[in-house]
Design a protein around this ligand. Sequence first.
Ligand code: BG6
Length: 304
Amino acid sequence: VSFSDDNSRVTAELPSGESVTVLLYGATVISWKDAEGQEKLWLSEAAKLDGSKAVRGGIPLVFPVFGPPSPDHAQTAKLVQHGFARTSRWEFLGKSTSESAAGAASVKLDFGLSSAAEGLDPAAREAWPFKFSLIYSVTLCPGSLTTAIVATNDDDKPFDCHALFHTYLRVDDISSVSISGLDGAAYIDKLSPSDPNKTESSSSVTITGETDRVYTPTSNEITVLQGDKPIFRITRDNLTNVVVWNPWTEKAASMGDFAPKDGYKNMLVLNPGRWGLGRLLSRGMRLRGRKLLAWLGRDVCVLG
Ligand code: BG6
């Protein structure tokens, strides 16, 4: 496994050709290539990679709040949209390599962020004054990328949190993409605030305009197809929700760091994670007790 770390990003490449690059800012995966060198993630050409703004593309991490914080939830009310994990500088904790019985090498990269870390977004400490630690692991295997996060409450009082892997998948053409595995799932339609509670009735969800939904799928596996061809299989472990987002024309035009403007045709954001506060708290997480309760969520993304 070849490896480089220039103190701002970490890249690992397998002998079979797959590679992954993680920016320490946000521990954001900004590239994942298959054995043929094809990029699997969408990254905006105008994304800021200098630590001045959350990265538009790749896999930014969402923690401890998803979306705009609810004014009704005092603990998270002062946070910015999607929290501080994606705008903090994480520490690279190290790498470990392993080999399967068949001789295929894989590599796991570990990153850490805690309330004591220098890299924590300074505004976050004031806005969310809890003691916590996070360990984020990115594992690259031939044909798959696995992201996993362990969150620990180091405080003497419980806190509520969300955690999502905000994954910008690269697709050839959104007009022929479909998603299977969501049928029967309850979802919150964020674009329909007066009537947000819906149930998915289609076994093959297509994206034909701006889409912003938080699903609670009944199955742990969803598949993204391009035409008839499965291109991503996403398996979740301990992650109750999947957000499906595509900004489409107008929203893409309104985002300064979104380029090219028709890039929405080549991306589909699928965020496996845990979300829910207030009356939906049970779907999020309440972490209690000093190191007594850690929580693990895992998202496995495999090429179909
Ligand atoms: C999605 C949300 O996951 O992220 C959308 O559901 C939001 O509502 C999008 O617009 C992008 O958020 P941001 O903060 O990266 O612009």
